[in-house]
Design a protein around this ligand. Structure first.
Ligand code: NAD
Length: 485
């Protein structure tokens, strides 16, 4: 597979074929590291979405009745195809998103392949329950839903696209999927790979487009039985409101404002090093990134100095240069949002310890959307800066006196996705982890992921869980059969 020649015009993939819709509008796709236009993304109309749904509906019977081993075979073939084109896919991801190429190669694309491999295995291992009584037995069938819709964001494009598609297919559904309009390229390339391996037609249909037109056409299509969407809380709320009248099943993975709780008894150097990683990996554009760092008062000064020293060492610039730790933010509008958030922090009385401004790279990246890693202190927990998701390389520091205060501060958020706890005291670790109102807590680590575990958030961070059996259960309808002897 060769790299996408720019400027390109992407197409949709319906029933195994590349599809162009004559009448559709287009969006301009920009390389955020250079600010240059790289191509056009079509906006699928409701008519085209319907065409994709009909293709998926047509394919449903044969796919859902295929033995699980055969479905697993096809998912593994997709994983093989992704691995064989790792370099091309990683380059496309970096050009679309601005993330460092080394990260696309090390994390995004390998994870897309392992999503398919993991759910290929899940397809063959998934089992349902039975309950026996003295004079009866009940057993539960877990049947695929039919055609389902998968909608994903721009921060981990192929990684999160496949994280939804793989369990949906493994459970026997057929899919209409839409990547983010900001990072559409790798989803398009996945369509090319399906064509190359002869993936069964109509089982996975990929439509390109925005939220209001294409996304909402998927969400409201009467034949689509369930929606899995990862994105902003605002989009999740809109989708839930659209789905309410039809009582359609949905799973929403939304925003976060994740706290790190750092106790004085932690392995100090490790906590500093890992907090840098949890705060600034992917320019802070991971829903799981830490954004509020809570540090026990007795080590606050030392921690603050060590953190700022390490931030100075984060190299920013051309994401194709593997020496750079940080790439560009995803778009001009996102850069402007992050700049505005830092301005708000200033107005709220925050002190910028480092960063706080745009980074101007050299050469071909001079017009890129880079922002310096930023550390802010002096802001109370209820400030806008400490309450609203920034989704960029911006963190705040707050001291705490006692364990109970740390828990209170960490939970003082409308979000509840993830948290980290740093301590050498095992009992404290268990106590604090159990008290945090988040779907995920990492103790003395960050982003360690076992794909069998439930993944998702509480409060405004979403509804439902992905991963392992949670995803297989979401994508199936349980039906109880009761037999009396
Ligand atoms: P976004 O909400 O703008 O878009 C996400 C996806 O939803 C896109 O494909 C978009 O086109 C689509 N969409 C938007 N409005 C829609 C609508 N009304 N109907 C149907 N589809 C619609 O989010 P984004 O800016 O692409 O991504 C960043 C956000 O995603 C952040 O808030 C981040 O925290 C969140 N996120 C959450 C997780 C998680 O697992 N909880 C993971 C990654 C990102």
């Amino acid at each position: 597979m060769s790299i996408l020649q720019t400027p390109y015009r992407l197409t949709h993939w319906i029933e195994g074929a590349s599809v162009v819709e004559d009448s559709s509008d287009h969006l301009t796709n920009v390389n955020p590291a250079t600010g240059q236009t790289i191509g056009e993304v079509p906006i699928a109309s409701a008519r085209l979405v319907d065409k994709a749904v009909q293709a998926a509906q047509h394919a449903f019977f044969s796919w859902s009745t295929l033995p699980a081993e055969d479905r697993a075979h096809w998912l593994n073939r997709l994983a093989d195809a992704i691995e064989s084109e790792l370099d091309v896919l990683a380059l496309a991801e970096t050009i679309d998103n601005g993330k460092p190429l080394w990260l696309s190669k090390k994390m995004d694309i390998p994870r897309a392949a392992s999503n398919f491999r993991f759910f290929a295995a899940a397809a063959t291992q998934f089992a349902s329950e039975s309950h026996s009584g003295p004079s009866s037995i009940d057993y539960t069938l877990r049947q695929p839903l039919g055609v389902v819709g998968c909608i994903s964001p721009w921060n981990l494009p192929l990684y999160l696209f496949t994280w939804k598609i793989a369990p949906a297919l493994a459970a026997g559904n057929t899919v209409v999927a839409k990547p983010s309009e900001v990072t559409p390229s790798t989803a398009y390339l996945l369509g090319l790979l399906m064509e190359r391996i002869g993936f069964p037609r109509g089982v996975l249909n990929i439509v390109q487009g925005d939220g209001p037109t294409t996304g909402e056409s998927i969400v409201t299509h009467p034949q689509i039985k369930a929606i899995s969407c990862t994105g902003s809380t605002r989009a999740g709320q809109r989708i839930a409101s659209l789905l309410a009248p039809g009582l359609k099943k949905y799973s929403l993975e939304l925003g976060g404002k994740n706290a790190a709780v750092i106790f004085a008894d932690t392995d100090f150097d490790n906590a500093v090093k890992e907090t840098i990683r949890s705060s600034f990996t992917n320019q802070g554009e991971i829903c799981l990134c830490t954004s509020r760092i809570l540090v026990e008062q007795s080590i606050y000064e030392r921690f603050r100095m060590a953190l700022v020293e390490r931030v100075k060492q984060l190299t920013i610039g051309d994401p194709l240069n593997e020496a750079n730790k940080q790439g560009a933010l995803v778009s001009r509008s996102h850069l402007e949002k992050v700049q505005q958030c830092v301005e708000t922090a200033r107005q709220e009385g925050g002190t910028i310890l480092i960063g706080g401004e745009r980074f101007v790279a050299e050469g071909s990246c001079a017009a890129g959307y880079f922002f310096k890693p930023t550390v802010i202190e002096g802001l109370g927990p209820d400030t806008q800066t400490n309450q609203e998701e920034i989704f960029g390389p911006v963190i705040t520091l707050q001291p705490f006196q006692h364990e109970s205060e740390a828990i209170e501060l960490a939970n003082r958020s409308g979000y509840g996705l993830a948290a980290t706890v740093w301590t050498s005291d095992l009992q404290k670790a268990h106590r604090v982890a159990a008290s945090l109102q988040t779907g995920i807590v990492w103790v003395n680590s960050w982003l360690y992921r076992d794909l069998r575990t439930p993944f998702g958030g509480m409060k405004n961070s979403g509804l439902g869980r992905e991963g392992g059996w949670e995803a297989m259960r979401f994508f199936t309808e349980p039906k109880n059969i009761s037999i009396r002897f």
